[in-house]
Design a protein. Structure first.
Length: 323
């Protein structure tokens, strides 16, 4: 029997239940994975809440690392005993074992741990998407990163700083400000009620940032629009503080002349070749020490607690589950 976490119905963390299921043998072109570390991400919360609907009694989770326990027909490039990781669809990572299309499996080498990969892979691919596809970031760029002490925020800050960009991080507390600075933020704005526009104007000589990444949503998004220079980019990448408000196109231009992006890393990873190429870059950045994040472990049975802590903003860095 396989231990899994299921969503009984859309709602609060108490809708997550521990269950046991019979896992069938892997089908053709599939592998069975004995999972050792399972990443916890904001999208898991959105799935639990029903913002991105899942089927009834679905198993959430979009990334994990582990060992291949069995392979189905037609799988020639992988074998039992191989260490692998994966990210993206199909959803269902909150499990001690699962079957997965072999094309999603990314082989791991001995110089990276399962826990590190499960804490970084999805967020690293998200950062890769944001830094290369949404706005090409280089030494001349100035960025505003909300939740800069969080799992994605730290990775995005580290990678952007490595590229030579100037990072302005926004965080909720002084303790989180120290985390953001250690990740490479040159400036930090503290407090969810801070006047971001005034602070950014002061830090940029009135110019504004080239690109802002807003994973907070709610009322913060309107403030974020005020922080970006004309012809700059605002990327809305989450809604930890509430639903994304409706935007009037006049909020973007012509006076402000802003470009607005609402990118999905799941859509980015749905293209197999792009997914595998991005994962390769992220793993290389991890091995080079560019991408690293503090991580907190929870038991699989405590998935509700992990999501509660992530949703409340009490944590810094990444979270992962151990079956």
């Amino acid at each position: 029997m396989t231990d899994v976490i299921r969503v009984r119905a859309p709602g609060a963390p108490d809708q997550l239940e521990l269950a046991k299921i019979d896992l069938p043998a892997p089908a053709a072109d599939e592998v069975r994975i004995r999972q050792t570390a399972i990443g916890v991400n904001s999208i898991d919360i959105y799935h639990r809440l029903g913002l991105y609907p899942l089927p009834a009694a679905a198993i959430p989770g979009v990334e994990a690392a582990g060992v291949i326990a069995a392979v189905g027909e037609n799988v020639a490039s992988l074998r039992a005993g191989d260490r692998i990781a994966y990210a993206g669809a199909p959803v269902g990572a909150y499990a001690s074992e699962r079957n997965l299309p072999a094309a999603r499996a990314i082989p791991l080498t001995d110089d990276v741990t399962d826990e590190t990969v499960a804490s970084v892979l999805v967020k690293g691919i998200t950062a890769h998407m944001l830094l290369t596809q949404i706005y090409p970031v280089g030494p001349e760029a100035t960025l505003l990163i909300h939740s800069a002490a969080g799992g994605l925020g730290q990775l995005l800050t580290r990678w952007a700083a490595h590229l030579g960009a100037t990072v302005i991080g926004a965080v909720g507390t002084d303790a989180k400000a120290a985390v953001a600075r250690s990740a490479g933020a040159r400036h930090v704005i503290v407090g969810r009620d801070a006047d971001f526009a005034v602070a950014v104007a002061d830090l940029t000589g009135g110019r504004g940032v080239d690109v802002a990444y807003d994973g907070v949503g709610g009322s913060t998004l309107a403030k974020t629009l005020q922080c970006v220079r004309p012809f700059g980019v605002v990327a809305s990448i989450g809604q930890s503080a509430g639903a994304i408000p409706l935007l009037d196109v006049n909020d973007l231009g012509p006076r402000r002349s802003l470009m607005f992006a609402r990118p999905s890393v799941m859509a980015y990873m749905n293209h197999t070749e792009r997914y595998r190429a991005a994962a390769k870059v992220v793993l290389a950045a991890m091995k080079a020490g560019i991408l690293r994040s503090s991580a907190t472990a929870y038991r699989l049975a405590d998935a509700a607690e992990a999501q509660t802590d992530l949703e409340s903003g009490r944590t810094t860095g990444s979270l992962y589950l151990v079956p």
